[in-house]
Write a protein that binds this ligand. Structure first.
Ligand SMILES: Cc1ncc(COP(=O)(O)O)c(C=O)c1O
Length: 451
């Protein structure tokens, strides 16, 4: 992925330098003069980061210093429209004032005590999240990968204790193209060579089948299958949307075979796809749900695994845990983040503006683009790699004040904060068409927008 799949690139500054004329939609001019001290300049900061940080990312060459709503600013005070929102973690907009207030209020009160003790913040957060999702219980963690690991443990536990799978044999079926995080267990069942290469040996007990192919899922089930674990839309794989009805069929396959359906909605959940949860598009309910990213309001890493008592009551004191999971600072922020989603109707905004953005993008005509996929404010544009890399498109967008990030080499993702407004989408699309026009001219191909 992106955050995630940088390893195919050769180095931090491998991208060619760009010199693009800035047109009418250029970002606001800098109010400050560019930084004079070379060590504090963008190039200086990037050099220091490269010197001291392991090169497991390939960031775009921009150094951000502040954010507000859908905008970010670099240290020369150049403004950027954020069309990526930290891989969907900043759905509430940068430095959302209600979240800043909740964070600072709680930071002055109580931050971390571990779950060796009760606090007054975890209970209301857990109650709210269970009410919102309809599950009996939640288990709080921090990062997405930790919540996925929790789901895997819960599914195996259920498989042994309730389905009576012989010890050590429980299997989980996963989809090709999956992205569930970066722990060794999780990358062990990735189909991406670059996520796995050099990190084995891996945990056994996972079976990969093609995403979107219900028959393949049915065929992979054995008496030892305890769960199917999938993303309802594969985000890092390039916003890959399965055929309509697939998830419903997978639900039925699970029911027929006494297998748990566990959905990783770390990226798609909490309004990103135009429903509170992506599974609502198919009118089904999973047995286990994994949330993260936007749950922390773009302020804190907060994740959770949710399920009903039959699964959750199998956890015993000592069987699982995290020093930071469910801490009062995170719980206070997450509780407020959930309340903002509801108060500000961000799910409806994602639905309405996602449809608007997709319909405008559908009018773009150019051989540069080979596919367009989206649901809610979760949109992927696939480029022909023979003509242009998604990285180049993102670099050109950045130069013109719009931030996005390629996923794999061919897909540009637009997943802005859900607080975005229509004129800001228009601004992003205007810049995107300028960039496409420019690349089309360079490559001597056409680019038009149908009226
Ligand atoms: C669907 C999905 N699952 C899991 C993860 C991992 O989350 P984290 O990076 O917080 O560990 C991601 C991150 O992009 C994701 O998109």
């Amino acid at each position: 992925m992106s955050a995630n799949s940088e390893s195919s690139h050769t180095g931090f500054l491998a991208a060619p330098k760009l010199s693009i004329g800035v047109k009418s939609n250029a970002p606001r001019k800098s109010r400050r003069s560019p930084t004079a001290d070379p060590a504090k300049s963008s190039a200086g900061i990037i050099e220091t980061e490269q010197k001291y940080c392991a090169p497991n990312y390939l960031p775009l060459p921009v150094t951000l210093v502040r954010g507000k709503g859908v905008y970010l600013w670099d240290q020369d005070d150049k403004r950027y429209l954020d069309m990526m929102s930290a891989y969907s973690a900043v759905s509430h907009g940068h430095c959302n004032p209600r979240l800043v207030a909740a964070l600072t209020r709680q930071a002055e009160q109580l931050t971390i005590v571990s779950r060796a003790f009760h606090t007054d913040k975890l209970a209301p957060f857990a109650e709210k999240l269970c009410a919102l999702t309809g599950f009996d219980k939640m288990l709080p963690m921090n990062t997405g990968a930790e919540a996925v690991e929790t789901a895997i443990k819960a599914a195996r536990h259920w498989g042994y204790k309730k389905k009576h799978i012989p010890g050590g044999l429980a299997e989980i079926i996963v989809a090709e193209g999956n992205f569930h995080g970066r722990t060794t267990t999780i990358v062990g069942f990735s189909s991406e060579v670059e996520y796995r290469a050099g990190f084995g040996p891996f945990t056994p007990g996972f079976k990969l089948v093609p995403f979107g192919d219900a028959n393949a899922f049915r065929g992979a089930i054995t008496p030892s299958t305890c769960a199917i674990l999938v993303e309802p839309i594969q985000g890092e794989s390039g916003i890959r949307i399965p055929p309509e009805g697939w998830l419903r069929e997978v639900r039925a396959i699970c029911d027929e075979n006494n297998v748990l359906l566990i959905l990783d909605e770390i990226q798609t959940g909490l309004g990103r796809t135009g429903e509170m949860f992506c599974f609502e598009h198919e009118g089904i309910r999973p047995d286990g749900l994994i949330l993260g990213k936007a749950l922390g309001g773009g302020m804190m890493p907060v994740s959770a695994f949710l399920a009903d008592d039959e699964i959750m009551e199998l956890f015993q004191p000592g069987s699982h845990g995290s020093t930071f999971g469910g801490n009062p600072l995170a719980a206070a922020v997450a509780l407020e983040a959930l309340q903002i989603l509801l108060d500000d109707d961000l799910v409806a905004n994602s639905h309405r503006l996602g449809a608007y953005m997709l319909s405008r993008l559908q009018k773009f005509r150019t051989p540069l683009i080979t596919d367009l996929r989206g649901r809610g404010l979760f949109i992927g544009i696939e480029f022909d790699p023979e003509m242009v890399s998604a990285r180049e498109v993102c670099e050109r967008l950045m130069t013109r004040g719009v931030l996005s990030k390629e996923t794999h080499k061919t897909v540009v993702r637009f997943a802005p904060p859900l607080v975005i407004e229509q004129d800001q989408i228009d601004q992003a699309l205007e810049t995107f068409s300028e960039v496409l026009a420019e690349i089309a001219a360079d490559r001597s191909v056409t680019f038009t927008v149908e009226s």
